[in-house]
Design a protein around this ligand. Structure first.
Ligand code: UDX
Length: 423
């Protein structure tokens, strides 16, 4: 099938390469010249495990071709996937200005009966406006809400082995074509109306965020009563209805989705007259969790970090990605600098430009003569650093392990004060 994909961000690029791998002829349009230049050289502008290999394969085979113009890309396409940013507006709701601009630009150039699949979650009022644009300016284009459930650091795997495909349609015209688009994935298909499709995406992410904030809150209870959160979550997780996934305490959730989608869902519910207090609580716990990490460092350094050197391990919002959007690690590092600490940070992949954060080339460089170490992203390599070398490299003896990555007893045996999360 001839498919156009608009936007080569981590959703659009993975979707385009994945659809090309499925045998479709994919035309990918990207407006950012730098990003397009890298893609034209066959280089992936983002780091995702397996993406570079997949991209090279489908570009070499000719299954995937690149365009700077949306209009050129959509010509002859049976399906147009739109994966452009929907940033958070002031109210928290998704801002669909870019999506609406793209649809009105391409509408007159769409083939008869083309399907426009929106990867970005779209509020109801803008869905209606978009369908009207298609009704008035295209040859009967069908609009579909087709949310993505890709995790950063696992996006290619999640595309090729999805738990489910969700389609939000206002008419049956698009179902058959979208079903054949994804047929080779063999995943369960949930076909519903556009509003429900959008709520599936928001509710799934909100529930994942709720699990994380619950785990963090239970960790804080464990600290308050002297329990061990690892054992508590183990004892809970054997209950098949609870399980073990997504219950790892940490510095809070970050990334380009959970923070944005939780705020958007609270705003959406509020617009409809429902105060989603539970989800507001999840968001509050999350922000407090980052502040708790900061206060642990402050307390361990006798009440102030001013003038002290703090080594930070991890800046990415989670291991396996170079993405620092809404990263709790970056928030903590910046706050430490704002309070006068000298902040040395190391992350295997992520980079930040900030006057207050000196990024160095190794985990040990980040703790040289440091009064404290704060572990904020769960990169495996942090578990391989020799505790003996850590002791001789650091000046101080404080380790705040916000990911419960190290063995507390081993760290304490090396003369450190170990502060974990919930243990
Ligand atoms: C998320 C959803 O998982 C995905 O389905 C959706 O499509 C996009 O948003 P992503 O943002 O890539 O994916 O990351 P995810 O793996 O969900 O982690 C989000 C944040 O929660 C990270 O900061 C991570 O460190 C944190 N987290 C995750 C925890 O603190 N504890 C956990 O147990 C799991």
């Amino acid at each position: 099938m001839e498919v156009a994909v608009i936007g080569a961000g981590y959703v659009g690029l993975v979707t385009a390469a994945g659809l090309a791998r499925l045998g479709h002829t994919v035309r990918l349009a990207e407006s950012d010249e730098l990003r397009l230049a890298m893609l034209t050289k066959g280089e992936s502008p983002i780091y995702e495990p397996g993406l570079q290999e997949l991209l090279s394969e489908v570009i070499q085979s000719g299954a995937l071709s690149l365009f700077s113009s949306n209009l050129d890309a959509v010509r002859g396409a049976a399906v147009v996937v739109i994966a452009v940013p929907t940033p958070q507006s002031a109210s928290g709701a998704a801002d669909t200005t870019i999506v609406e601009q793209v649809v009105s630009d391409i509408a007159p150039h769409l083939d008869l009966g083309a399907v426009i699949a929106l990867k970005s979650t779209t509020p109801t009022d803008s869905f209606t406006r978009l369908q009207e644009t298609l009704d008035h300016h295209s040859k009967g284009g069908h609009l579909v809400i087709n949310p993505e459930f890709l995790r950063e650091g696992a996006a290619v795997a999640d595309f090729l082995k999805p738990d489910r495909i969700v389609l939000g349609v206002a008419s049956d015209g698009a179902v058959e074509r979208m079903t054949s688009l994804y047929a080779d994935l063999g995943a369960p298909l949930v076909v519903t109306d556009p509003v429900s499709a959008g709520i599936i995406k928001y509710a799934a992410n909100a529930f994942l965020a709720t699990r994380i904030s619950f785990a963090n809150a239970i960790a804080n209870v464990c600290e308050a009563v002297g329990a061990n959160v690892r054992d508590v979550l183990l004892g809970m997780g054997f209950d098949r209805r609870i399980g073990f996934h997504f219950l790892d305490p940490g510095p809070g959730f970050g990334g380009s989705c959970l923070p944005k989608d939780t705020q958007a869902l609270v705003a959406l519910a509020d617009e409809g007259g429902y105060d989603f207090a539970l989800l507001r609580g999840v968001i509050d716990v999350n922000q407090q969790q980052m502040a708790r990490v900061l206060s642990k460092v402050r307390r361990a350094l006798n009440g102030s970090v001013a003038g002290r050197t703090v080594g930070v391990w991890g800046l990415a919002f989670k291991a396996g990605t170079d993405d620092v959007r809404e990263s709790p690690a970056v928030w903590v590092a910046k706050e430490l600098a704002n309070e006068g600490a000298v902040v040395l940070a190391y992350d295997p992949r992520a980079r930040v430009v900030d006057d207050g954060i000196t990024q160095v080339g190794s985990a040990l460089d980040a703790v040289r003569d440091a009064d404290a170490l704060v572990i904020l992203t769960e990169w495996d390599e942090f578990q391989t650093v020799s505790l003996g070398e850590l002791r001789t490299t650091m000046r101080g003896r404080v380790v705040v392990d916000a990911r419960n990555l190290l063995d507390p007893e081993a760290v304490r045996r090396h003369g450190f004060t170990y502060l974990g999360v919930g243990r």
